[in-house]
Design a protein around this ligand. Structure first.
Ligand code: UDP
Ligand code: MG
Length: 139
């Protein structure tokens, strides 16, 4: 079922670069409504659990270390066709391959420290949003 919601994180590299404001402006300008949002830091354990689907991939350990290395912003976003439109807005995983004008093209450092997360399906958007927010926090 299409939920019209997606889940994002502004990752530690983008927070470190003072890019929170610029990224949130791009998100709002693209027509997404912020349903829930928090500034927080993931423990290694929480980051490991969030990225559990990538456990067998060679970059998993590095990804968990990186995602728990500093503060992040986690948010649930709402818009028609949210998951797909947000993936378009953020661009390819590797910023070297990301389209001009995308968030990753503008703000990402490299394929690992790539500025933002975006859910890849409606199902995962719901799972990931529920991982970070209680029902009462989702307005
Ligand atoms: N990642 C990495 N090396 C890679 C591929 C991915 O460090 O070769 C990291 C990167 O931070 C990416 C995350 O793992 O955003 C999840 O990977 P995925 O393939 O799901 O990319 P995404 O959906 O974030 O574009
Ligand atoms: Mg992914």
């Amino acid at each position: 079922m299409a939920t019209n919601r997606t889940f994002t994180m502004i990752k530690p590299d983008a927070v470190e670069k003072n890019a929170i404001g610029g990224i949130l402006k791009m998100i709002n300008d693209a027509g997404f409504r912020i349903v829930a949002m928090k500034y927080t830091q993931l423990s290694k354990e929480t980051a490991g659990e969030f990225y559990e689907v990538h456990k067998e991939r060679p970059f998993y350990g590095e990804l968990v270390d990186y995602m728990s290395s500093g503060p992040i912003v986690a948010a649930i976003l709402e818009k028609d066709n949210a998951v797909e439109d947000f993936r378009t807005l953020i661009g390819a995983t590797n910023p070297a391959e990301a389209a001009e004008g995308t968030i990753r093209k503008i703000y990402a450092t490299d394929i690992s420290a790539n500025a933002v997360h975006g859910s890849d399906s409606d199902e995962n958007a719901e799972i990931e949003g529920d991982f970070h927010f209680t029902p009462a926090e989702k307005h």
